[in-house]
Design a protein around this ligand. Structure first.
Ligand SMILES: NC(=O)c1ccc[n+]([C@@H]2O[C@H](COP(=O)([O-])OP(=O)(O)OC[C@H]3O[C@@H](n4cnc5c(N)ncnc54)[C@H](O)[C@@H]3O)[C@@H](O)[C@H]2O)c1
Length: 354
């Protein structure tokens, strides 16, 4: 039995946002380590959804309510008494944040604080991984961010994540620090790709949805440079950090999570790479470059801190990441393709690299 299996077996884990893209991969992975996983989500955000595809409703209990409801979170925590919490619930889309700023700020900032408020007097050992985003940094021309770079988004999503970071730190300093049982980390991951993402206005879901309809995909920001990483990388990093900090003495840190520099690619180069690995009919695209965009053009994450302090680094090279992505969607679109098997094979393959 691997160390991860030993550690996670029978641990009670709360995954917020378990019906979303990352939350579903994280829950499936934890369940494969025999953890006892419960979830909290507002809804099932997409159709199709990874949560439904993997039949997670049969493998874990999910509480469906809004994270803005403090009393309900308190009740859940009291009832389930988790050992580890992975907080992934969020309004996670930049474009939607422009249409629904108040909802975004309330969910991402106040929602995070509701969770901390409900555990601040917790009596058991507890590790908490608070998922924010690399968009929490104030965008600069250079677009290169370390953990001590200035916080602050220029659009509501990024700003809500910066607010969450500031609020979490203040909550830690003011209350949680006194509770010797709790260890807490905020994680700022870069752009995530992988099978099972069906979110609106995200590059890869748009690409594969349009491919299926034989439509040409419009590329808005071909030169945008991003630290692409497979969803199993942040999932693996969260699992790794939680194990590391569980029972450690009074721990509060924040870490960037992303690939080493070589996995940074522009959108257009990413699409070329996908097309080279895509075994089915080619993906058609056309560039409709917009002059002004609220999203930063360059985003590079310095990931030296997590390597130095915890010994974590991403495992997959960009070619392997794209292979995983194309393999997964290839099976999904194949008649009678076994999607549960490919998901579980990819989880196994990924953790063999540890
Ligand atoms: N996907 C990425 O590229 C990426 C990159 C960096 C950071 N992140 C962060 O990772 C986390 C997970 O992202 P994702 O892509 O899986 O998101 P997602 O949109 O796929 O899922 C969001 C989840 O949060 C839940 N949720 C939304 N609002 C809620 C509310 N008010 N109350 C309770 N639950 C609510 C949804 O039901 C769903 O389960 C988010 O915090 C996101 O900001 C994502």
């Amino acid at each position: 039995m691997s160390d991860l299996n030993k550690f996670y077996k029978k641990k009670k884990i709360l995954v917020t946002g378990n019906t979303g893209f990352k939350g579903a991969w994280l829950s499936e992975t934890l369940i494969s380590f025999n953890a006892n996983v419960v979830g909290l989500s507002k809804d099932i955000p997409t159709k199709p959804s990874m949560y439904n595809i993997l039949n997670l409703n049969k493998k874990m209990k999910t509480y469906f309510f809004d994270i803005k409801n403090l009393n309900k979170i308190k009740e859940l925590i009291k009832k389930e008494k988790p050992d580890i919490i992975f907080h992934c619930a969020a309004q996670s889309l930049v474009l939607k944040s422009l249409q629904k700023p108040i909802e975004t700020f309330n969910t991402n900032s106040i929602g995070s604080i509701n969770l901390l408020e409900s555990i601040k007097n917790y009596k058991k050992n507890l590790a908490i991984i608070m998922v924010t985003s690399d968009k929490c940094y104030y965008p600069t021309k250079k677009g290169y961010y370390r953990e001590n770079s200035l916080l602050g988004g220029i659009e509501p999503y990024g700003a809500s994540k910066a607010m969450a970071e500031i609020a979490i730190k203040s909550y830690y300093e003011s209350y949680i620090k006194r509770n010797k049982k709790i260890n807490l980390v905020t994680v700022r991951a870069g752009n995530v790709i992988g099978g099972g993402d069906w979110s609106r206005n995200r590059l890869l879901p748009d690409l594969f949805k349009n491919w299926k309809k034989n439509k040409i995909i419009k590329i808005r920001s071909p030169k945008a440079n991003r630290p692409w990483q497979h969803v199993l990388e942040p999932v693996g990093a969260y699992i790794f950090i939680a194990k590391k900090i569980f029972k450690s003495k009074i721990f509060f840190k924040n870490y960037n999570i992303g690939p080493k520099g070589t996995s940074n690619l522009t959108v257009i180069n990413l699409i070329h790479l996908i097309n080279r690995n895509w075994k089915l009919r080619k993906i058609k695209f056309k560039i409709f470059e917009k002059k002004r965009t609220v999203e930063a053009t360059n985003l590079n994450l310095n990931v030296a801190k997590i390597k130095k302090e915890l010994g974590w680094e991403n495992k997959l090279k960009i070619n392997e990441t794209i292979k995983f992505v194309c393999e997964w969607y290839g099976v999904y679109f194949k008649k009678n393709g076994d999607i549960k098997k490919i998901t579980s094979d990819q989880i196994k393959k990924y953790f063999m690299l540890w």
